[in-house]
Design a protein around this ligand. Structure first.
Ligand code: E4P
Length: 221
């Protein structure tokens, strides 16, 4: 399973990329707004830092606008995936951009049928937002199971990119289902990385080492 980072924060991206944990990035207008500054420069910089797929979202809602924006965004790098909304215009742009060799991520997917249509339109990725479904009382992960089954039945090549992840258990569940990608906020990646028993265990090892050192002056480290 690939791990994408769901952020537009350059420091966070660099930090986790240096650990070898970032297979790709997803951004959206809200994440860019959170960082402030020039969003175009930020998107360009992210595409430069990360070697894997970087999803950059269009803000036009009509076909022509999405096509123009998609082509512009793709100029930032061959790793740019154009993110289009799950609308009729978005799917039309998906079909055309894909035909031009520009891969597309269809975002804001909330049902198996929407995912099916995105796959039919040739999307490289489909992004079901599971956390937002949980928020309204559904079990978002059920959607991932359904999409996985449908795509498997017909051998669709579209990858399932599990989005709107809220906690580490979402990642575990997505992995058990066999989703292709999870895109995680930095806070969730931090929680995946750390464990109180690791911290406690490391402290005990270092304390014991210090004790040993004080009793054996020849030990240098
Ligand atoms: C995915 O591409 C989106 O950027 C993201 O996962 C949305 O998550 P949210 O529901 O936490 O805003």
């Amino acid at each position: 399973m690939k791990i994408f980072l769901d952020t537009a924060n350059l420091d966070t991206i660099r930090m986790y990329n240096d650990m070898g944990l970032v297979d790709g990035i997803t951004t959206n207008p809200s994440l860019l707004a959170k960082e402030g500054g020039d969003p175009q420069k930020t998107m360009e910089e992210i595409s430069r830092i990360i070697k894997g797929d970087v999803s950059l979202e269009v803000v036009s809602t009509d076909y022509d606008g999405m096509m123009e924006e998609g082509r512009q965004l793709r100029k930032y790098g061959d790793n740019v995936i154009v993110k289009c909304p799950m609308t009729g215009e978005g799917l039309k742009a998906c079909k055309s951009l894909t035909a031009e060799g520009i891969p597309v991520n269809i975002t804001l997917v909330f049902s198996p049928n929407q995912a099916l249509l995105a796959a039919k339109a040739g999307a490289k990725y489909v992004s079901p937002f599971i956390g937002r479904l949980d928020d309204i009382g559904h079990t978002g992960m059920d959607l991932i199971k359904e999409i996985k089954q449908i795509f498997g039945n017909y051998d669709f090549k579209t990858q399932i990119l599990v989005a709107s992840i809220r906690h580490p258990q979402h990642v575990v569940d997505a992995g058990k289902i066999g989703a292709d990608v999870v895109t995680v906020p930095a806070v969730v990646l931090g929680k995946m990385l750390n464990h109180t028993l690791t911290d406690k265990g490391l402290k005990a090892f270092l304390d014991d080492w210090e004790k040993l050192k004080s009793e054996s002056p020849s030990v240098e480290v």
